[in-house]
Design a protein around this ligand. Structure first.
Ligand SMILES: [Mn+2]
Length: 334
């Protein structure tokens, strides 16, 4: 069945984005809503996601603040459309309960297809080559021969600018589409400006304090820094990487005594050393702080209840051990 038929049959679709919806998610949701209403002017679409990111709220406040995006729907819906995700987990637990039969579900996404997609949706438009979900939605407008007005063009271009990191990750298709969107009335400068947001004052203070208190470990050619904050550990890590660290590890203790450790490394560090912050550092640290740790190669964390300062010292040691192990693979276990 083609998209036109699916949309024409639906009088009350539920359009869902992922949790902490980023600008690509919210902009593609709004643009898809317009696309639906052009094919079915009598229909009543509902937009839902468990929460909208702070940056997305800013984008919406600039381009379109009248369309409601709820955090749940009590209405009954005859079609579910998932945008910018194809995973149940990414919806958040409450919104996840809104999923229905795969026959009544359409997924439009550019992320790698989830192996369990068949249990979610029978209808999928997944293009992992697309820069963004907004790019896919642009192509749907073109394929269906629907006109893109200036507002929709602004939304689609903003989602693309966000997901491509201002066209850092880009290709011929996405650049051509961006140009078409400008020709259709998108204001490039307004789109770029809508995505610029300064962290809150408290977050900036946390970043600056993190920098002021840091311990620097030079291990071989690498610069590993550890430091403490009360909050915003992940943001402090990103700030320290921007300042010049190869690896940043930041420990926080919350008001109720919870210990949180966050870490980031540059892509250059992980590709050249093979050090995995999740398995090499945060998993063992989780144990030390009486909790659990894990994550990705370049971004990982641990949560627990004790030994923050010891954990920070230990983290630099764990990186040194991992570097040595990877330098002498025969002695290690890889
Ligand atoms: Mn996206």
């Amino acid at each position: 069945m083609n998209l036109k038929d699916i949309l024409a049959k639906s009088s009350a679709p539920l359009i869902i984005g992922h949790q902490n919806a980023d600008p690509d998610a919210v902009c593609s949701m709004l643009a898809f809503r317009f696309l639906y209403l052009m094919t079915n002017p009598e229909g009543e679409p509902t937009l839902v996601c468990s929460d909208v990111s702070r940056l997305s709220k800013k984008v919406l406040s600039i381009f379109e603040s009248t369309i409601e995006i709820g955090d749940f729907s009590e209405e009954s819906h005859d079609l579910i459309v998932l945008l910018d995700t194809n995973s149940r987990l990414q919806l958040g637990s409450r919104v996840g309960t809104l999923l229905r039969e795969p026959t009544e579900t359409l997924v439009i996404d550019h992320h790698e297809e989830n192996s369990d997609i068949g249990s979610i949706a029978e209808h999928t438009i997944i293009n992992t080559q697309a820069s963004s979900t907004c790019e896919i939605v642009f192509n749907l407008f073109q394929d269906m021969d629907l006109e893109i007005d200036a507002l929709t063009a602004n939304l689609l271009l903003t989602g693309m600018i966000f997901d491509t990191r201002r066209f850092f990750y880009s290709n011929k298709d996405s650049l051509e589409i961006a140009l078409k969107l400008v020709e259709l009335g998108a204001d490039y400068q307004a789109c770029v400006n809508s995505l610029i947001i300064r962290p809150d004052r408290s977050e900036r203070i946390a970043r600056l304090k993190a920098a002021g208190r840091l311990n620097m470990h030079t291990i071989g050619d690498w610069i590993v820094v550890t430091t403490k904050v009360k909050a915003f550990e992940a943001s402090a890590c990103r700030g320290l990487i921007d300042l010049g660290a190869d690896v940043a590890i930041v420990g926080g203790v919350t008001a109720n005594g919870e210990v949180r450790i966050s870490s980031r490394s540059t892509r250059d560090f992980s590709t050249r050393t093979g050090v995995n912050l999740g398995t090499d550092v945060m998993e063992p640290l989780g144990e030390l702080i009486g909790g659990e740790g894990g994550g990705h190669v370049n971004a990982a964390g641990a949560n627990g209840t004790r030994n923050r300062d010891e954990a920070l010292e230990r983290s630099a040691e764990l990186i040194r051990i991992a570097l040595e192990k990877n330098r002498n693979p025969t002695e290690g276990d890889r």
